[in-house]
Ligand binder design. Structure first.
Ligand code: ZN
Length: 501
């Protein structure tokens, strides 16, 4: 039996090698590749992804899984072996439904769409990407057709990103959250706006990068197994548990972008760096779902990084890095500035309270596109209408509207957004559980020590990789099912205090 398990692992490692090589090309495309490389890069990525898909769907993998299922029936549910079989079987059953040619077509179309988007967005030219987006929608519907039996075409996409969920369950949670959030947004909106002038004083890029790296190091991001580069749309990516990279975008005229973008990607990267080494090069060696992944980036970005206690430690360091900009600023002024709540146009720059409204808008629009209730041509108007009704703002152009996110211009459309809000909800539930286990965590953060928190996260979340589903992980780590209560309690407490509600 161990021979068969070894053979399976060797085959899975080859698949992982090919996908990781494609990920390196993707990282290069978004950091250093000259524009002229786009066409060849699209072809190269398509080739690697097709080969990975062909190797993974080889019938020999099916036979091995079948034999191991019988032989390994007494493996404990929690064991690496049982989890490897469970997850590989799930992915295999899904992958064999998708033709390799389709995988290659999606990869090369994704590269073309991404390339067009990088010029269309700054040029504010929706018309230039519209045919590509129509093709994306067509490919997405074809993808959904490989999974008959779903209630809505978006369901297979949601299941991919957040296994075990669908449009109905996500929609129900979102309805509950929206009902709780809207009154809070309105109550804050009735108060005077916090002043964030101190964040807009001109912060040279090199010093921002140096501060960001220092902060990342102190939080626990391991630079001997990672690195940071600049990009247009920040992301974290993994080629191995021991090579997990982050990218960042800086704005010299708005400090939040670099500061919180860096902490956010560090949160994603520490999750991947924290996966148990025994899981390397298997399908288990990555975060378990979009929602849980985002819970880790948002936990560090918001519950830690936007807390007053975090800046009790880091604000003097930031002042030392930017003395002329910050020496006359108090911690309190800075804390209020970084937590300013104001309906805004750009999701990635939105505050914690309004952020989820941006996500729900995108979730509903992509759900409607896939259902055939909305045409691509009508998307910009639908976007703007919803911005008006939800946030009271009209985007001045598509650059500040429908063109802002990479998600619809990078492969298939669907399931790319709900994880952000699921992650916010989970982040508070995880953080509350960590604090219950270790009441000293807040004081440690105040002192610039993050080891206990990171240790709890490693023990309860990181090291498991994909062994458990999001639902299993939430219940194991916190002792209860996913609920919006800790998240709403966190927001009400923090913003109640900040805005005197
Ligand atoms: Zn993220």
């Amino acid at each position: 039996m161990s021979d068969k398990l070894n053979e399976l692992k060797i085959r899975l490692a080859e698949v992982d090698d090919l996908s990781s090589a494609a990920a390196v090309l993707g990282w290069d495309q978004q950091t250093y590749m000259p524009a002229g490389g786009a066409e060849a890069r699209g072809r190269q990525m398509a080739t690697l992804q097709r080969l990975a898909h062909e190797k993974f769907t080889d019938e020999q993998i099916g036979y091995l899984l079948e034999e191991l299922q019988q032989a390994g029936a007494d493996w404990a549910y929690d064991s690496d072996e049982a989890a490897l079989l469970r997850v590989t079987q799930r992915q295999y059953t899904q992958a064999i439904r998708i033709p390799s040619d389709f995988v290659a077509e999606v990869a090369s179309h994704g590269a073309a769409a991404f390339n067009a988007w990088t010029t269309a967005r700054p040029a504010n030219d929706f018309a230039a990407v519209r045919p590509l987006l129509e093709k994306t929608l067509e490919l997405s519907l074809r993808y959904a057709s490989y999974f008959p039996g779903h209630a809505e075409p978006i369901d297979p996409f949601i299941d991919n990103a957040d296994h075990g969920m669908n449009a109905a369950t996500v929609g129900a949670l979102f309805d509950q959250l929206r009902a709780a959030l809207v009154p809070l947004v309105q109550a804050i909106g009735a108060q005077p706006l916090a002043d964030d002038e101190v964040l807009r004083r001109g912060y040279p890029e090199a010093a921002q990068i140096a501060f960001g790296e220092e902060m990342a190091r102190q939080l626990g991001y391991d630079f001997s197994r990672g690195r940071q580069d600049k990009t247009y749309h920040p992301f974290a990516t993994k080629f191995s548990i021991n090579d997990v990279r982050i990218t960042t975008r800086l704005d010299e005229h708005f400090l939040n972008e670099g500061l919180f973008g860096t902490i956010h990607e560090v949160g994603h990267a520490m999750y991947e760096q924290g996966v148990a080494q025994a899981l390397e090069a298997t399908p288990l060696a990555s975060g378990t779902s979009a929602g849980v992944h985002e819970s880790q980036s948002r936990l560090w970005e918001n519950l830690v990084g936007r807390s007053r206690r975090f800046w009790e430690h880091f604000f003097p360091v930031l002042q030392a890095a930017f003395p002329t900009q910050l020496n006359d600023v108090s911690l309190d002024t800075f804390y209020r500035a970084i937590n300013r709540v104001e309906p805004s146009l750009i999701r990635v720059e939105a505050d914690e309270v309004t952020y989820n409204l941006h996500v729900m808008l995108r979730f509903d629009l992509e759900r409607a596109l896939l259902k055939g209730e909305l045409a691509v041509a009508d998307l910009p108007a639908a976007w703007n209408g919803r911005m008006e009704s939800d946030l009271g703002l009209t985007p001045p152009d598509d650059r500040h509207g429908v063109l802002q996110d990479v998600h619809w211009f990078d492969g298939l459309l669907g399931g790319g957004f709900q994880g952000y809000t699921l992650g916010n909800v989970m982040s508070a539930q995880f953080f509350a559980a960590a604090q219950t286990a270790h009441p000293e965590i807040p004081d440690q953060i105040r002192g610039g020590s993050f080891d206990t928190l990171r240790g709890w996260l490693t023990e309860n979340i990181y090291r498991h990789g994909m062994k458990f589903t999001a639902r299993e992980l939430v219940e194991r780590a916190t002792g209860s099912p996913l609920t919006i209560e800790p998240y709403m309690a966190y927001l009400r407490h923090k913003y109640g205090e900040l805005y005197g509600l």
